[in-house]
Ligand binder design. Structure first.
Ligand code: NDP
Length: 480
């Protein structure tokens, strides 16, 4: 069976432990490859390689660094089919989604930061009659990047690209649940001419290799995307070492629908914002609030559309939903449906596993689920489910819906549907979240700040925010 090895110092190497973990294909429930089970010894090797590479990479001209990263981006583009097939197989998402969203976005991430760095500038502050301050922004050194399973290469590259562009060397770990495209990336980096040791990719469990990255004293910054509980642990571990931290964590996002919205546009977008990627996007709107005058109309139209949504194996071009990422995750999502029923909710559609036939009979498929009749503050409406499950709740006033929307510990993204411009601005101002989409969802401009407030994270990614995170400012004052 194929072994997914670590990529350290420009070569694929076995983990020092010699151990491997099973890699499951969600569509079939079968093991199809083996993942290096790395630990702190592999992290030590990666850090040594990165230390050796740092003087080379950080002193390279920006143009040269940028050119290597552009070639890396093109390298993924040239292997589009291989990456798309790998992402879909590893994660369970429909091939069409990997082809239209995940891999093109990984290509853009590298290209965007390869060119952004050529425009990145630092500040100078003139003091009348006294002198001038200028600020240098230098790479930090060795940085750690840890990413989750839902958008594997998309989120992995979203961290690695700005880290590398800013001149850092990277020790990175993809999720052990979806390591395949990160494994392929080593080859492409090598072909692009990236010096050995600049990008090191380690595989294995969060609790061992991930933890060792967070704890290593020579890794000076950690960029992490994942669950809030893991983020809390990482913050507790890294803060006493005074590491820079960027944490992109969970969400429980409100989708607020006013009666004056463009109903058709709202309906088709709400279908996507609820169930894209099997609902496993941190930005999905899992709590849908609908203004009472259109509640019944919305409920009828939405449930009818959801009930007709095709759940199928990821290679089926008709699949709107593929498999969820793992058996434990499928079980977790189903347990939340049970909880919702205990809390007095009514399942309007879905709520169960879909059993396909033939080679897909053991795959992890769930029917998209809509639940109503729950209190805004029950566990189902407060905890992140991260699957194809949404709740619908009516509201009467702006104040009431703002109170319900802001009631969770999270604050990542919010969606608003209304044709009243003043209300849109008023609500956007008062919603507690890092991102607000008005009459749209998941429209991304890579220059904008990306991230959440409250338990959804610390810091922002994207554009200058990411390049600032991955550099250390030093101010110099010169007296006249
Ligand atoms: P986890 O927090 O379980 O894992 C994320 C990554 O951290 C994985 O690579 C994991 O490895 C690793 N990890 C786990 N434990 C540790 C540890 N002690 N030290 C260091 N690394 C560790 O999240 P999931 O992979 O389950 O991803 C889903 C979560 O990610 C959801 O909560 C979702 O909201 C959030 N997310 C947030 C986004 C945002 O931008 N705010 C975007 C996308 C997802 P392993 O896989 O081996 O456990």
């Amino acid at each position: 069976m194929e072994k997914l090895l670590n990529f350290i110092d420009g070569s694929y190497v076995e983990p020092i432990s010699g151990d491997y973990i099973d890699n499951f294909e969600p569509a079939t429930g079968k093991v199809y490859s083996l993942i290096a089970n790395s630990d702190e010894r592999d992290v030590e090797l990666a850090v040594k390689a990165a230390e050796k590479a740092f003087p080379i990479w950080s002193s390279m001209s920006i143009e040269e660094r940028s050119a290597i990263m552009v070639r890396l981006s093109e390298g993924i583009q040239n292997r589009m089919d291989e990456f798309v097939a790998a992402e879909s197989r590893d994660n369970g998402k429909p091939l069409t989604l990997a082809a239209h969203v995940d891999i093109p976005r990984a290509v853009s991430n590298f290209h965007f930061f390869a060119t952004a760095i050529t425009h990145f500038a630092s500040e100078s502050h003139y003091m009348e009659g006294l002198g001038v301050n200028y600020t240098m922004r230098k790479p930090i050194g060795i940085v750690g990047c840890i990413s989750p399973w839902n958008l594997p290469l998309y989120l992995f590259s979203w961290k690695i690209a700005p880290a590398l562009a800013a001149g850092n060397c990277v020790v990175a770990k993809p999720s052990e649940v979806t390591p395949y495209t990160a494994y392929l990336l080593g080859k492409v980096a090598k072909e692009a001419g990236m010096p050995d040791g600049v990008l090191n990719i380690l595989h294995g469990l969060g609790g061992s290799v991930g933890d060792a990255i967070v704890k290593h004293p020579k890794i000076k910054a950690i960029s992490f995307t994942g669950g809030t509980k893991t983020g809390e642990y990482i913050a507790r571990t890294a803060a006493p070492m005074f590491k820079k931290l960027s944490l992109e964590l969970g969400g429980k996002n409100p989708n607020i629908i006013f009666a004056d919205c463009d109903f058709d546009d709202m309906l088709s977008t709400t279908l996507r914002s609820s169930f894209a990627n099997q609902g496993q996007i941190c930005l999905c709107g899992s709590r849908i609030f609908v203004e009472r005058p259109i509640y019944d109309k919305f409920k009828e139209a939405f449930v009818a559309k959801v009930a007709k949504t095709t759940v199928s194996n990821p290679t089926d071009p008709k699949a709107i939903l593929g498999a969820v990422v793992s058996k434990p995750h499928m079980e977790k999502v189903l347990s939340y449906v049970e909880l919702a029923k205990e809390e007095g909710g009514t399942v309007l559609t879905g709520g169960e596993r879909v059993l396909l036939e033939g080679e897909y009979k053991d795959g992890y498929y769930l029917r998209p689920t809509v639940i109503e009749g729950l209190a805004y503050d029950c566990r189902t409406n407060q905890e992140e489910i991260f699957g194809p499950v949404v709740t619908i709740t009516p509201f009467d006033t702006e104040e009431e819906v703002l109170m319900m929307a802001n009631s969770t510990q999270y604050g990542l993204a919010a969606t608003l549907w209304t044709s009243d411009l003043k209300r849109a601005h008023r609500m956007a101002d008062k919603i507690q979240s890092g991102i607000v989409w008005i009459n749209s969802w998941l429209v991304r401009d890579l220059r904008t700040p990306f991230g959440g407030v409250k338990a959804s994270g610390v810091g922002r990614e994207g554009g200058w925010e990411a390049l600032r995170f991955f550099t250390e400012p030093k101010n110099v004052f010169v007296k006249y």
